[in-house]
Ligand binder design. Structure first.
Ligand code: ADP
Length: 161
């Protein structure tokens, strides 16, 4: 059984992430989409909120599991018998960082390989950071994020705590 991990911040999950995930789910027997706890960055949404929104957004894809993790991605992958990490590439601008990350992970654990996937062109430009910017300025994000995310964020803005 070929298991792949799709790690990331997913703050929040977008149609770009979802397209990468769908492609990966057609290649691998099981894909675990795993939200990384990032000690250095305070997120826009909590890790729990992100996991919940991902679960709602992927419920129709059978071989996908949703989780979160702390610590090294390679250790998390080994614990789940996965030897593939999925990452997405949008443009040349992603390339340098992703290349460095993949080579670092491979230096940490040689058995773990990174597979890069791309999205359909219509999702290529989408990023969580631009979505947060549009949302903060009252714009419509429904074209860029799954319905569950749009609904949740619209309710959050209507009822700020
Ligand atoms: P990070 O893990 O670097 O904080 P994200 O959680 O936003 O970043 O994204 C996780 C992965 O998905 C990264 O490899 C990123 O390049 C990729 N990704 C994000 N949005 C898209 C998109 N629209 N098209 C292709 N890949 C994407």
């Amino acid at each position: 059984m070929k298991i792949a991990i799709y790690p990331g911040s997913f703050d929040p999950i977008t149609y770009g992430h979802l397209d990468i995930l769908k492609n990966a789910s057609e290649i691998f027997d099981k894909v675990i989409i795993a939200v990384a706890h990032n000690g250095a960055k305070t997120g826009f949404l909590s890790v729990e909120e992100r996991v919940e929104l991902i679960k709602k957004s992927v419920k129709d894809i059978e071989n996908v599991e949703v989780d979160s993790f702390e610590g090294l991605t390679v250790e998390y992958a080994k614990k789940h018998d996965a030897n593939v990490l999925i990452r997405g590439l949008r443009a040349v601008s992603d390339f340098e960082f992703e290349m460095q990350l993949s080579q670092t992970n491979s230096a940490l654990c040689d058995e773990i390989k990174t597979v890069f996937l791309t999205t359909k062109p219509k999702y290529n430009f989408i990023s969580s950071s631009t979505i947060k910017e549009i949302y903060a300025n009252g714009g419509d994000i429904s074209k860029f994020v799954p319905e569950a995310v749009d609904k949740y964020l619209n309710e959050k803005i209507a009822k700020p705590c």
